[in-house]
Write a protein that binds this ligand. Sequence first.
Ligand code: T46
Length: 133
Amino acid sequence: MNPTLLQIKTVSTPNLGSLSFFEADHDIPFPIKRIYYIHGVAKNIQRGAHAHKQLKQLLFCPYGSVKIFMDDGHDKGDVVLDDPSKGLIITPCIWRDMLWLVENSVLCVAASDYYDEGDYIRDYNEFITWINR
Ligand code: T46
């Protein structure tokens, strides 16, 4: 599996820190309809255990470190988001789990569509059936 990593554009100013940014359609290959973020998570907690049928996402971690496990039904891979300028694009039909390596890490998602529970596959066997349909 070949995850698509994005180096998020970052402007550093001496003594003032850094500013990172991305623009829909210009820097990421889809329009953004929703932003959400997961926070207040203890170390070693794992979330996820689902795939999306249509949703495209950019994941990034502005604070902390979160490991993303991905499975397309054939290959598996993982990426550690441990730098605010590191982004991970996840295309549809990828089973994912997210493991908090550092307490209170913030995982942000820019998503191509509004929330729709019908877009989730939360059962792994159903996921395998879906990708082989
Ligand atoms: C994903 C990973 C990276 C909403 O009501 N609206 C929303 O926009 C979202 C994203 C979730 N929810 C509700 C659905 C559940 O009742 O929030 C609750 C927790 O969602 P979930 O268990 O799916 O959370 P994670 O951390 O397993 O997954 C989330 C996203 O849901 C998912 O799209 O790819 O982050």
